[in-house]
Design a protein around this ligand. Structure first.
Ligand SMILES: [Zn+2]
Length: 183
């Protein structure tokens, strides 16, 4: 298993729409394993293949705890039922440093293939429901900030730019020390 690089905004590959997976073969199983490895490495609770620059309909999530993980891979997933409304403070590995409140369906039912290619039907609520909707949005080339109002979206992306600039500044090598007795 390999930890892969997660693309961050404004990488345009995040805007790609993902294609259905034709067969859950060995390369897809390797991709799923790498996606879990990458998601856990980044302490995320979900990851979409488009975030790795791979436009295929594959997402992984784990909304369990360290003691009781609940890994779930969803391939060619479709939401077939939505119920209720919930506002959730969301973050994203592709937009590190910011969060925002997003309105989502409270429960969803999703039909998909699992990592072995078996048909599954999953009913999810709470964090898992939010996570599924967030990750499936990625497969349509949509980020959670695109669900905000126009001004809120601009404010969130402006905060993101500031967070990125601060992170870049912090990781810059220290300037050379002034020569001895120079000042
Ligand atoms: Zn995300």
């Amino acid at each position: 298993m390999t930890v892969r690089t997660v693309l961050t905004w404004p990488d345009r590959r995040l805007l790609q729409s993902a294609e259905p997976v034709e067969a859950v073969d060995d390369p897809i199983k390797t991709l799923v394993a790498d996606m879990f490895e990458t998601m856990y490495d980044q302490s995320g609770c979900g990851l979409a293949a488009t975030q790795l620059g791979i436009p295929l309909q594959v997402v992984v999530l784990d909304c369990g705890t360290d003691a009781e993980p609940e890994p779930l891979a969803l391939i060619n997933a479709r939401i077939v039922e939505r119920d209720g409304e919930v506002v959730w403070n969301e973050g994203c590995l592709s937009l590190p440093g910011i969060t925002a409140d997003v309105e989502r369906a409270q429960t969803v039912v999703v039909e998909a293939l699992d990592a072995e290619g078996r048909e599954i039907r999953v009913r999810a609520g709470g964090l898992a429901a939010v996570c599924i909707q967030h990750e499936l949005d990625h497969l349509d080339g949509r980020l959670y900030v695109d669900r905000l109002g126009k001004l809120e979206r601009l404010a969130a992306l402006s905060d993101y730019d500031k967070a990125r600039a601060a992170a870049a500044e912090a990781s810059r090598p220290a300037r050379e020390a002034a020569p001895e007795g120079g000042r």
